[in-house]
Design a binder for this molecule. Structure first.
Ligand code: SAH
Ligand code: SF4
Ligand code: F3S
Length: 473
């Protein structure tokens, strides 16, 4: 179970590499290889980068040896994430020895955090480019081809890449991510994101809608609207008399594209999710009944040190309110153990709030001090590593127990499932998810269904992290 949890973390939040799809080998003469780490926004950024590179005649390859350009889209959220990237760079060193013309570029949050220092620390890197500078990648490639080291880590207050149509890398053709905003203004003291991603800005609602509509027309049946803090989405259209578009409004507009298009979103900051958003979710069947609502800690004192701006009681009331308005909602969370000064009592408060919220799933981390963050500057990282780890284990064990109980409670229920792919376990089975974001695997039978279709499935069992079911006619 522990292993499964970690796998989930790897696949979604903490991020692991993915190999891009292979393209028609004759279409492009130059090939790039890209690996992404970190959050979904980073993965989505890689799709924007792929689009920019396509226009320059670069095609994606999943084979390192074929590439003349290797890109690593990096994450700085925890020290481990950065270490993973450094280890990958070690491996590229030998490739570069064999092929001196090979260019290696570092993108994303670690590039932004380290800036030109990266070139001193990792001499084999040719290009360092931050999250708001991807439009200049072609120019930097030209510079690097000329033998210079190329860096652009300028952050922007406006860039949203609104006009760039992402090239869907490694997609199942059913679900896609759509960024609706960039940056973060929140300044949680533990977090490096405000420094690596800059100020918050919302993307033009019309371009969000156009992208979602286009995805639907291409056969996609699920979009996940992405932002570090989606509930503070705020866009003022240019036309005169135009109304402000809040997140609740945007959600509604996307939901109205077609009842067959599922809408998800991530991430919500508990302080910003409004009743209007919750009621909008309740009103539309196609807005999925799932909220990722990171609590971080259950102790008001620690929450204050983290600058989360809510108390333990406030969070619990928010959860109660959500459950009252949407009884079939599924909730998930992020939890940090061993933040500066955290006592055993604070830790117990975290366990208790998790039980109160009864999460279906949590992403759980031991606190990792990040250079330049407010916590690093203000507080001592004073909880010993073994204590952080022990508390993390306790938090994971509790979550696993709740997950098991919540999955068992689904046995016998019937869910509408969107078919996403053939199951990894068997060619004879489909894998999809219900509105609550739980994966359900079931026999294909002789129904002649395809991915992207909806089907009613009765849950017959669970493996702990996946539901098993059968199609109900
Ligand atoms: N905007 C998103 C956060 C993205 S980071 C949100 O508010 O949910 C994802 C998660 O990583 C955070 O929620 C937090 O739980 C964890 N995290 C961030 N910084 C961390 C750090 N320094 N050490 C450990 N975990 C951290
Ligand atoms: Fe980081 Fe907080 Fe912003 Fe999330 S809301 S990205 S945790 S500063
Ligand atoms: Fe990591 Fe940057 Fe995302 S630090 S979690 S890739 S915003």
């Amino acid at each position: 179970m522990l292993e499964l949890q970690e796998k989930t973390i790897d696949e979604t939040r903490q991020g692991s590499a993915y190999a891009p799809f292979a393209e028609d080998p004759n279409q492009y003469t130059k090939k790039f290889y890209i690996e992404s780490y970190g959050c979904q926004m980073n993965f989505n950024d890689s799709e924007i980068v792929a689009s920019i590179l396509h226009n320059e005649g670069f095609g994606a390859t999943r084979y390192l040896e074929e590439a003349s350009l290797i890109l690593l889209n990096t994450c700085s959220i925890r020290e481990k994430a950065e270490q993973t990237v450094r280890n990958r760079l070690q491996i590229f060193r030998s490739l570069k020895k064999e092929n001196p013309g090979l260019l290696i570029g570092v993108l994303g949050c670690m590039a932004e955090r380290l800036k030109a220092k990266f070139l001193e620390e990792e001499r084999l890197v040719d290009i360092v480019i931050g999250p708001d500078a991807y439009r200049t990648l072609p120019a930097l490639i030209t510079e690097a081809e000329g033998g210079q080291k190329a860096v652009n880590v300028l952050l922007s207050r406006e860039e949203t890449y609104a006009d760039i149509s992402p090239v869907r890398l490694d997609s199942n053709g059913v679900s896609a991510f759509v960024s609706i905003m960039r940056g973060c203004n929140n300044m949680c003291t533990f977090c490096v994101v405000p420094f690596t991603r800059g100020r918050e800005r919302s993307r033009d609602a019309a371009s969000v809608l156009a992208e979602c509509r286009d995805l639907f027309d291409k056969g996609y049946r699920e979009v996940t609207l992405l932002g570090q803090n989606v509930d503070s989405y705020y866009f003022i259209p240019k036309e005169e008399d135009a109304q402000v578009i809040t997140f609740a409004k945007l959600l509604e507009m996307v939901a109205q594209i077609d009842p067959k298009l599922r809408v998800r979103f991530s991430t919500s900051h508990p302080k910003d999710i409004t009743d209007e958003v919750i009621y909008t979710m309740a009103r539309y069947d196609n807005i999925c009944k799932y909220i990722h609502l990171p609590v971080q800690s259950g102790s008001t004192r620690v929450l204050q040190l983290m600058n989360r701006t809510y108390t333990r009681e406030w969070y619990m009331k928010k959860v109660d309110r959500i459950r009252e308005i949407i009884p079939d909602i599924a909730l998930s969370s992020d939890v940090i153990t061993g933040f500066c000064t955290e006592t055993e009592e604070d830790h117990r408060d975290t366990l208790m709030i998790m039980e109160h919220a009864n999460y279906d799933l949590s992403y759980m981390f031991a606190y990792s001090e990040r250079p330049g963050t407010l916590a690093q500057r203000r507080y001592a990282d004073d909880i010993p590593e073994d204590v952080k780890k022990r508390r993390l284990t306790e938090v994971i064990e509790l979550q696993n127990k709740m997950t098991r109980a919540n999955y068992n409670a689904d046995i016998g229920k019937v869910f509408e499932v969107l078919i996403e792919s053939t199951s990894k376990r068997s060619e004879e089975q489909w894998s999809g998810r219900n509105s609550q974001n739980k994966v359900i695997v079931f026999d294909k039978g002789h129904y002649g269904l395809n991915k992207g279709e909806y089907v009613k499935v009765k849950v017959t069992g669970t493996t702990g992290a996946t539901l098993l079911g059968e199609i109900t006619a």
